[in-house]
Design a protein around this ligand. Sequence first.
Ligand code: URP
Ligand code: ZN
Ligand code: ZN
Length: 468
Amino acid sequence: TQLDLAIRGGTIVTASDEFRADIGIRDGRIVAIADGIEGAPREIDASGLLALPGGIDSHVHISQAQGPDVVMADDFASATRAAAAGGNTMVLPFALQEKGTSLRTCVENYRKLAEGECYIDTAFHLIISDPTAVVLGQELPALVKDGYTSFKVFMTYDDLVLNDKQLLEVFDVARREEALVMVHCEGYDAIRFLTSKLEREGHIAPYYHGVSRPQAVEREATHRAISHAEVIGVPIMIVHVSGREAMEQIRWAQQRGLPVHAETCPQYITLTADDMKGLNMDISGAKYVCSPPPRDVENQQAIWEGITTGVFQTFSSDHCPFRYDDPKGKLTPNARTSFRWVPNGIPGVETRLPILFSEGVSKGRITLQKFVELTATNHARIYGLYPRKGSIGVGFDADIVLWDPKLTKPIRQADLHHGSDYTPWEGFDVTGWPVTTIARGRVVYEQGKIVGNKGAGEVLSRGKSSLV
Ligand code: URP
Ligand code: ZN
Ligand code: ZN
């Protein structure tokens, strides 16, 4: 067989196995896994390294419209560059429906932003903010057929919140069309009530963002989403679960045999609400403002319990990057008058894999196989990309990250490739880093440098979720 590339001497890890073998690649696909693959025009020496399926980050926000006064810190070029440097070979961003606009038009606009700009493959989920009769009856079914097989709905945020009837209507379309619904579970009215009350009391610093969204608010919405899904008879994915209370609702549902699935993120195993205090309750706490908010160390433990016992199927970044020192970022003109005006979200696409590897594998909490499952294989299965993506085997896309499990260094903004001007994990020590990222057989990232090409990544359409 003619090969384009061989990866030699590494230890291949999949969600089930771990073995020494060489990998032969042709036309962007894995065509051979064997001992002693020779004769390729290019060889990469992977001795001492792990060869893992490239990370798939199924929850990232890129160039998502935020209203007139706020802009995201990453476009498709910078986000996918950062993703590749963090060991990822695919990301799944969102195409946001703007109210009053055809969903199809919105999707095409996001596609145009992505096409020709990406270093690695992407595929869009939809965000449904306005489930009109036309959207539910015509646009969504057509878009699912075109490969947009998952959509996210929100139970909070002024511009995005759906009421219970709307949630049920979207769930019912998902059931009929065999799409997967992702649900942001936080109760809108309780948050609005608490936000106004805190403001009246003069509690306006970023720290109070967390106080305005306590676990009970997430737990209640999680339970409500589960109940609605049960009423309709549809599988759901509860995204960005932050702590014990929501996790227990999900476990309860799973133990009853309901098709309820869940995602968690690096912030919920490493950050706490106290990070939002910044320096003495100053505005720098805004760097950590995201929703749901990080909780405390006891809840980090609960999330680990959920990871190791199988409550969570995916570990995603929820990359939602803003610049800090920027009036169009975290420091909007009103940010100092209330936490309400601080854009929600933190950058994390480049640090997701190192954080989980270090805190999980290096510290002995999870196996390498579990790491691969949580960061790649389950994302591919759940979002309709398997068996093209998500593992290392003959016939899969050659999406591979060569990983140094022993390399220890702290996370530094100065080393990152994203568009934000800070990382919430500045100085955080990590053991285990990506060395080389190969996407569809092409080296994208190597020894700290981006060597791939903008436009090499494609916008893919997806098949049905394994969960429907
Ligand atoms: O604060 C966050 N997570 N912003 C991103 C949007 C979302 O809800 O996932
Ligand atoms: Zn969300
Ligand atoms: Zn998100």
